[in-house]
Ligand binder design. Structure first.
Ligand code: ADP
Length: 456
């Protein structure tokens, strides 16, 4: 009890006692003690009830004048109630202001924001950008089911994956030239936020970058071939003083030619994104090709072993997979000292194998070397374009810095996963994990169409 409330209560108690004492004295004076006392008590009770009635009325929401002027518990109760009401009104106003500010901010966002009820998948609220980008109409679409309302967009399956949904890239239902990136954000038990961002400009810039790299690489190809041709025509014996210079020029022009070819290979992969990969990749023949190419690259100075226990073939693009696998074999040979060993192994996925979760029915191609290995801090970045553990070593060994980027891209296109394990001095293991969807029973008489691309 607050001090004010306690003193108010004591005052009321005091008034009651004094009132009863006065009525008692009056009763004694007129010789009717009990009747007068009873009358006084009834009057006081009646007064308290009247005050109680007024407070209850106010608590019931009626606006009666406040009785703060009069002392006593009822007045204090009334005053406290009044203060409580005022505080609540102020709090409510503040909350409303905050809510309005948040709504205004969400409404002003350039991204479309739609609040969706999770269970019913109905639209509860959306901002102005949702009207522009998704074509929603206010108020007609508030309460409308989201999937049928945005029918041209393939939302049903996407929403079904809920909190695990990846971003979805689609054309805007209002203007097919506008590309939207959709994200689903669960933000309470029952509500989802559907956010649609206009990524048209971003995709255009990305396309411009790809076109630029592809065009420059293409344009460099012819002059490089000419330079190469002329360098080949010069006989070092006739210009003995220039022999080291000519040798270096040849090496550098070959390096540039390899760079251009790798850049073109990456451009082709990016351009082919989404194109179907529907070829049988006969693995016996593929492994044989990889072994021969590895031996040729290492000039027979490494032991290259092939192991095939999978008894299946892969399904995808022969050229792309050959390019990826041969990059891994080339890396293994280049980063393994003479006399070292490279194992190219193709096996079925073992779900329990060495603690890694593998998909039942899948298959793995592994390239294992006994070479120099890679320090742990480099592993997360080695598939980035032009990332090299050691610049000088990569250049002298003929690397372009694009090999593993090509591998990653090819595997992504095949919905496969690259796993790298390595330790300095112990060698490296690059594993390409393919899901069951990319595995086919082996055809005994299938012959592997030798890919036209040379090994990098
Ligand atoms: P590069 O053409 O320079 O080899 P990659 O993209 O193929 O470029 O590889 C990136 C880097 O990863 C290489 O520079 C090399 O340092 C390292 N690397 C790749 N494979 C191996 C391997 N088998 N052993 C040791 N290091 C490797």
């Amino acid at each position: 009890m607050t001090p004010a409330a306690r003193s108010a209560w004591l005052r009321t108690l005091g008034l009651t006692v004094v009132g009863l004492a006065i009525t008692g004295a009056l009763g004694v004076a007129v010789g009717q003690f009990w009747p007068v006392l009873a009358l006084g008590a009834v009057a006081m009770l009646g007064w308290q009830h009247w005050r109680l009635g007024r407070v209850l009325h106010r608590l019931g929401g009626r606006r009666w004048p406040t009785l703060t002027a009069k002392p006593g518990a009822w007045s204090e109760l009334d005053r406290l109630h009044d203060r409580d009401q005022r505080e609540r009104r102020v709090r409510k106003r503040r909350l409303l202001e905050m809510l309005r500010a948040y709504r205004a901010a969400a409404a002003a966002l350039p991204d479309a924001v739609v609040v969706v009820e999770r269970n019913s998948q109905r639209i509860r609220w959306f901002n102005q950008a949702a009207a522009t980008l998704l074509g929603l109409r206010y108020p007609a679409d508030v309460g409308a089911p989201l999937v049928p309302r945005l029918r041209p967009l393939p939302l049903a399956q996407w929403l079904a994956s809920g909190r695990h949904a990846d971003t979805l890239e689609v054309a805007s239902p209002v203007n097919p030239a506008t590309r939207l990136s959709l994200r689903l954000i669960p933000y309470s038990e029952n509500l989802w936020l559907l956010v649609a961002r206009d990524v048209t400009r971003l995709l255009q810039l990305e396309q411009m970058r790809r076109d630029f790299v592809a065009n420059v690489s293409h344009e460099l190809r012819t002059p490089l071939t000419v330079i190469h041709g002329y360098l080949d025509m010069i006989d070092p014996d006739e210009h003995s003083g220039l022999a080291p210079v000519l040798g270096e020029m040849q090496r550098q022009s070959q390096r540039m030619a390899r760079l251009v070819e790798d850049l073109l290979a990456l451009s082709r992969l990016e351009a082919a994104d989404g194109a179907p990969l529907e070829e049988r990749v006969a693995m016996d023949a593929m492994l044989d090709t990889l072994r021969r190419e590895g031996l040729a690259l290492g000039q027979d100075r490494h032991r290259i072993r092939v192991e095939n226990t999978a008894d299946v073939d892969l399904w995808g693009s022969v050229t792309e997979l050959h390019s990826a696998f041969s990059n891994l074999v080339a890396n293994a040979v280049r980063h393994t000292p003479e006399g070292g060993e490279v194992l190219i192994r193709f096996r079925r996925e073992d779900p329990r194998g060495d603690g890694q979760a593998g998909e039942p029915g899948g298959a793995v191609l592994e390239v294992i070397d006994s070479g120099i290995g890679i320090a742990a801090e480099h592993l997360p970045r080695i598939t980035e374009r032009f990332y090299r553990v050691s610049n000088s070593r990569s250049r002298t060994s003929g690397g372009t810095g694009l090999g593993l980027a090509i591998v990653k891209h090819v595997l992504q296109r095949h919905h496969a996963r690259l796993e790298v394990r390595s330790r300095i001095g112990d060698g490296s293991m690059f594993s390409c994990h393919f899901t069951a969807a990319r595995v086919r029973p082996r055809e005994r008489d299938a012959s592997h169409t030798a890919p036209s691309e040379a090994m990098p």
